[in-house]
Design a protein around this ligand. Structure first.
Ligand SMILES: *Cc1c(COP(=O)(O)O)cnc(C)c1O
Length: 455
């Protein structure tokens, strides 16, 4: 028997007291956000009408390696952190692999995912600024749920635009949000100008994250005392999620294990960015090497089939331009069951790191993902979120490769959440009626052709 326990816990005092900002160690910083009207780089002040001031500053901060976690946020973290790093002994045995598999489990809170790590920080800064409330979008519903928990804690109003397909598929998520006091509207709605326009242009659309973002931004900028908050993609969100990677690294250090490979699912890139930040920091400083793999759905393959260009962050084209791997802001992904991964773009930080070869990316098919999810659930006990199961799929693939080569690699992956609200998807899989829609090259080229032409 090995000495490494099934669950490597840190104590409460070992929750990091500062977030790590990987941008400080990047030689080539992520490209700046541009004003969609003028094409000029934005300054923090330019973001103040949309975002909280403190969060705007964090968005633009490319220099401070560490940013203190406010005491009130740390107190909230203590209710559900540190999260366990689990040695997947049962999965290793089932696979018959010499690899050592570890996963960092972020599903141990009511919202069921890592998103609470940033939601509580964003709600804190909104409260500190004296705002009345915040608006946001939610795809699969995890972010809206996390944010409604966070705003309830600080006594703020919360208005959530929920992608229509999820609103209909996941009525229980909606009820959790309402229980925590949020108002939930299916998007595209008829409440905003941009929602009405999108409904006209794409009648009967299931919606997308890009649409919902446009609506939530409009709602924030047209109501006094409101700001918009976003649960992924932004630099500030990756910063807050670095708590995942810092804890993972501390836990591995505690048992004397060095990761060889780090795997995470990538929607907008926040959990993956947070998980890998401290490890990438070591790579950037020339201290260590890791193999890092981003996993995305074949139905929405931003890294593996997108272009690294400036694009709009939202379908309604009201948000700033970001240089990122994108499928085009008009890309309407098929309504697959990994709702949290259906975003056309990608974090600018991860896009830059990927472009420079610090990480790889792989896309996987939906039915393969659910096969991996079931295999994992049956041996490790946890019912994983479909998003998280993208990482499981590649972790299993890599562990099976080790079986062939006889290598005892240390594989670490991010298990971002639980799948209790995804049972419609599991039902489709179990009934054998799940499909694997993959966009054609023509679909992607048509959408990319509409990216703005700059310079
Ligand atoms: C939102 C979500 C994701 C994807 O978002 P990222 O910003 O790419 O991390 C992954 N897993 C779960 C459970 C989610 O809720």
């Amino acid at each position: 028997m090995s000495e490494i326990p099934y669950k490597i816990y840190l104590s409460e005092n070992e929750i990091p007291s500062a977030w790590y900002n990987v941008r400080a160690d990047m030689k080539n910083k992520p490209a700046p956000l541009l004003n969609p009207g003028t094409g000029e780089p934005l300054k923090a002040e330019d973001l103040y009408p949309i975002f909280c001031e403190e969060l705007s500053k964090q968005e633009m901060n490319n220099t401070d390696a560490y940013i203190d976690i406010p005491g009130e946020v740390l107190d909230f973290y203590k209710m559900y952190r540190p999260s366990p790093l689990v040695r997947a002994y049962c999965l290793e045995k089932a696979l018959g692999t010499p690899a050592h598999i570890y996963y960092k489990f972020e599903g141990n809170n009511t919202s069921g995912s890592h998103k609470l790590n940033s939601a509580i920080a964003q709600a804190y800064y909104a409260k500190k600024q004296g705002l009345k409330g915040v608006t946001t979008e939610t795809g699969a519903g995890q972010w809206g749920t996390a944010l409604s928990m966070a705003t309830a804690y600080f006594g703020l109003d919360c208005q959530v635009y929920m992608v229509k397909v999820s609103y209909e598929q996941k009525p229980f998520r909606r009820e959790v949000m309402r229980t925590y006091g949020a108002t939930v509207t299916p998007s595209p709605s008829m409440l905003t100008n941009v929602g009405r326009k999108i409904n006209e242009q794409f009648p009967g659309t299931d919606g997308s994250l890009g649409c919902a973002i446009s609506e939530a931004v409009e709602a924030a900028t047209t109501q006094e005392g409101y700001r918009y908050v976003l649960g992924s993609v932004l630099n500030q969100v990756l910063l807050h999620q670095s708590v995942i990677g810092l804890e993972t690294k501390a836990a591995l250090d505690k048992v004397g294990v060095k990761a060889d490979m780090i795997i995470g699912c990538a929607g907008g890139g926040s959990n993956l960015g947070g998980l890998i930040s401290p490890f990438v920091g070591e790579m950037l400083r020339g201290e260590n090497q890791y193999e890092i793999i981003a996993v995305e759905p074949a139905s929405c393959p931003s890294f593996t089939r997108g272009s690294f260009v400036y694009d709009f962050c939202d379908t309604g084209r009201v948000c700033p331009l970001a240089k990122m791997y994108t499928l085009g802001s008009n890309f309407m992904p098929a309504p697959n069951h990994a709702g949290g991964l259906r975003y056309h773009g990608m974090s600018t930080i991860l896009s830059q790191l990927y472009d420079e070869g610090y990480m790889k990316a792989r896309s996987v098919k939906q039915t393969d993902v659910f096969a991996a999810a079931e295999q994992f659930a049956r041996v490790e006990g946890i019912l994983p979120a479909p998003e998280s199961s993208h990482a499981i799929k590649v972790a299993i693939d890599e562990a099976l490769k080790c079986k062939e080569t006889g290598e005892a690699k240390n594989i670490v992956f991010g298990l971002t959440g639980t799948g209790y609200f995804d049972l419609v998807a599991y039902q489709k899989y179990n009934d054998g009626v799940m499909d694997d829609y993959i966009p054609t090259d023509e679909d992607i080229a048509a959408s990319l052709a509409q990216c703005p032409k700059l310079g």
